[in-house]
Design a protein. Structure first.
Length: 72
């Protein structure tokens, strides 16, 4: 199953708890081309503001999305 995580106005961190997760970030007209990553348990990926991603697990997986704190 593929999960679409829409773009947000702030950066986020995706942290994998268990399983294996494939992540692909959509390319933006004003940014770099699309990229792919494989995450294993304990790994994290920073998702920049304005970047939508697709996530697909290989088998059962559990992850969390954390918002990056705003600069003071």
């Amino acid at each position: 199953r593929t999960l679409h995580l829409p773009a947000t106005r702030i950066a986020r961190w995706l942290r994998l708890r268990e399983g294996q997760l494939w992540i692909t970030a959509d390319g933006r007209a004003d940014g770099p081309p699309p990229e792919d990553w494989w995450l294993t348990p304990g790994q994290s990926l920073r998702v920049p503001a304005g970047t939508p991603v697709l996530a697909e697990s290989w088998g059962a997986a559990s992850f969390e999305m954390l918002e990056e704190p705003a600069a003071a």
